[in-house]
Write a protein of this length. Sequence first.
Length: 429
Amino acid sequence: MSRITQIKTYDFRFPTSQSLSGSDAMNPDPDYSSAYVEISTDADDGHTGIGFVFTIGRGNDVVCKAIESLSQRFIGQEIEPYLDNMKRAWDDLVHDSQLRWLGPEKGVEHMAIGAVLNAFWDLKAKRAEVPLWRLLAEMDPADLVATLDFRYLTDALTPEEAISFLKDGKRGQQERIDNLLAHGYPGYSTAAGWLGYSDDKMVRLAKTESQDKGFQLIKLKVGQNLDDDLRRLALAREAIGPNVRLAVDANQVWDVPQAIDWIKQFHEFDLAFVEEPTSPDDVLGHAAIARAVDPIPVATGEQMQSRILYKQFLQANAFGIMQVDATRVAGPQELLIEYLLAHKFNKPVVPHAGGVGLCEAVQHFAMFDYLSVSCTLENRLIEYVDNQHEHFVDPVVIKNGNYMPPLLPGNSCEMTLASTEKYLYTPGA
């Protein structure tokens, strides 16, 4: 048995606002940041568990403090009882009788819990000497479901249904693993679409992402000015040609009537989806938008705070495409529940990955879904952005517009020593 000897948090920030990478209608000047946690033990293998929360600058220190506060209980405890029973780690954090008051199951504390749980799962995968996607896919269905929390969900999804889905997913799984290893998982690119980019830069990058890198869908940010949006969409369509899809992302900037009016102006561009048209908490607003703009699918979910909200959106048929974010909720267990819910309601999941480390993190869950839950790549994509990958020990690999599965053990979230030294934030510096 080994004991947890240290849990350290780090505040890493990258000056992306200088290039306007990540700029959109709601967030014009983000500095991509990571509230990063590392769990160390006294085991001879030397493995550490890594987790993080993505933020966009100010407030990253608040998340770091939350991670620090809730994780200290584990110092000195044996790690194996947690790695062997991940539901225990979930319960100790999510259902803490006092911490729960700060949510429940939402906000900074919930994201901080996710960072710690991601670190536990990373360590579990490293000890098993497999990447996280393979660890999850190869787990026994009943054992995997035993790690999940179905409280408040059984009116939509039961543990028995989840086990049944995962048992079904075992059929043909090796074939899908072979296909994944050979061809990868389809991606789409947001690299050209940041709102602060000039028309020339947008057009150049749209051509590069579609023609040179092979992405079959390009997404643009919209929502600041309708005339600008229409001009940029026309330029993008001309740049990428008729066979590459276009999508747009409004980053929650519109009220419901405004969203409906604005989206209808995009009809000529045959959009693959419209992302985050309004508040991420507005179930009925999204449902109204989805009905009004049909057949253009509405996509949302990157800022949904809990599995309960996902359940409500799905029950209300409030979107056509479901998004998830690897660090917005309470770690892998909540993400797995979200994928199972999407499968129950027959909705494709297209994860959000527009931030430092998010591509690296979320690929594991999308690949697990393909191997074990939905068992299809139809209408499935992982978002891709073209920056910050150099900071990771096991960065994403893109070939012909597809994510190639990571092969190193763990969750791919460990940063390089050089980057941790260079981008550690010092207040006032």
